[in-house]
Design a protein around this ligand. Sequence first.
Ligand SMILES: Cc1cc2nc3c(=O)[nH]c(=O)nc-3n(C[C@H](O)[C@H](O)[C@H](O)COP(=O)(O)O)c2cc1C
Length: 365
Amino acid sequence: MSPQTFTADPSPSALSVQLGPLRLSSPAILAPLAGYTDSAMRRLCRRHGAGMVFSEMLSGEGTRRSSEKTFKMAAFHPEERPYFVQFFATNPEQAAEAARKLSELEPDGLDLNFGCPVRKIIFNQGGSALLRDVPLLARIVEAVVKAAGVPVSVKMRSGWDHRSLNAVEIARAVADAGAAWVTVHARTRSEFYEGRAHWEWIGEVKAAVSIPVVGNGDVRRAQDAVRLMDFTHCDAVMIGRAAIGYPFIFREVNHLLQHGQPLAPATPRERCEAARQQLQWMAEERGERRAVLEFRKHLLAYVRGLPGSVRFKTEAVTLEDADAVMNALRGFVASLPDEPIAPPWPTDNPMVEGSLTEPRQDSAL
Ligand SMILES: Cc1cc2nc3c(=O)[nH]c(=O)nc-3n(C[C@H](O)[C@H](O)[C@H](O)COP(=O)(O)O)c2cc1C
């Protein structure tokens, strides 16, 4: 794999990228994150320059049974488009029925999850369990492509473990089955979210298939996104943990791609305003009380790395109404100089500080 040299291009169209039938305004995409990427977070990331967004992973079985909870999780605001609903399925019939029902919501597309490492999902032969059964995985993709009235993409890991690295085989199978593109999270199931992502595995898939390839894993700063694209020649990059409490990552990637120079990080006041907006949208969608509780984990991420944040966090997580939370955040931010402050994780060794957050083992599916 030969790295390409990145060249900045200031024209706005230089950012746009074709993923199958979709024209995106940016190659920086928000990853699906169970427990995080609800409508409010997706909308905020689109406003800050994400090229497209994904729902949290839904259950194909829940969708097939028309579970109210599942359909609530799939609902979206028009500002989120392009928006794909992600789900996992364990067999082609269930997958096709789920795809038909989800297509009725008119998302821009559907994404099939073959990467989830959580035991509960694996136990039911879903998520990354299917990496060990490529023929079944391919039949699921084929069934969804046939049933869905919208484009279908696939998100996968590089294999079950280091002894069974089959990302290239799977990518070829899903391309043959009609997927519009494939996203590769460059870790095996056994690695969960630990260690560094193996970007070279993304490059191998890119070299092997003609459908677009989205690279994913350990993009923490704008520079990482550019390096990942340079190193693997992938068509777009998907950003997960780095976008939690920091939607600005997307505008930073876009700026670097366009101008070749890093954009200054967000100031504490900008972080505060983004947090306010996110909490407001969450409250509009599910009521203030639930919104405040569910916003806590985002709030902790918004203040990460700001001087004095440890004390602020201890106080802030006890607050129960939105005004109190926002007043506390404004008060905290007012005590800081309003200068750009980069998020705390280092660029070239992203996992040194450990994961920002781990997926919940019992995420609401
Ligand atoms: C809290 C959390 C929840 C996640 N939920 C999902 C999910 O619902 N669907 C999915 O395909 N991947 C999920 N992932 C994996 C991410 O989409 C992504 O592949 C992974 O975090 C690596 O990217 P990053 O280093 O940019 O975070 C989740 C990861 C985390 C940390």
